[in-house]
Ligand binder design. Structure first.
Ligand code: SF4
Length: 107
């Protein structure tokens, strides 16, 4: 398995695993949840940043343009919120302008 294929497999596995923990109909609320730190070890492993514009598109495994948390399939909460829950980082909120390597397009 090539390095890129292995990375993609790991990312898709993380997405699938996150989906197992999400209860249908249980909408996450951002209120009262702490913001995810860029220094969080899991956030670092996923290359999370509060500012997606700082990420070189050429460094991403997924080539889709305009990637940020607000248009990611894994974000929760309400459109327009600056900080929103994410299925990958339970109990924390991520910046709507953020990004991580697990980004996936909405269907
Ligand atoms: Fe969560 Fe998607 Fe943002 Fe990654 S890009 S932190 S998976 S909302």
């Amino acid at each position: 398995m090539s390095k890129i294929a292995r990375r993609k497999f790991i990312q898709l596995s993380a997405v699938a695993a996150a989906g197992c923990f999400v209860r249908p109909g249980a909408e996450a609320r951002a209120q009262g949840m702490p913001q995810l730190s860029e220094d969080d070890p899991v956030a670092k492993s996923m290359k999370y940043t509060h500012d997606a514009s700082t990420v070189d598109p050429a460094s991403r495994a997924n080539p889709a343009a305009e990637q940020h948390c607000a248009n990611c399939a894994l974000v929760q909460g309400e459109d327009g919120e600056a900080w929103r829950p994410c299925q990958i980082f339970p109990g924390k909120v991520v910046s709507a302008n953020g990004w991580c390597s697990v980004w996936a397009p909405k269907a």
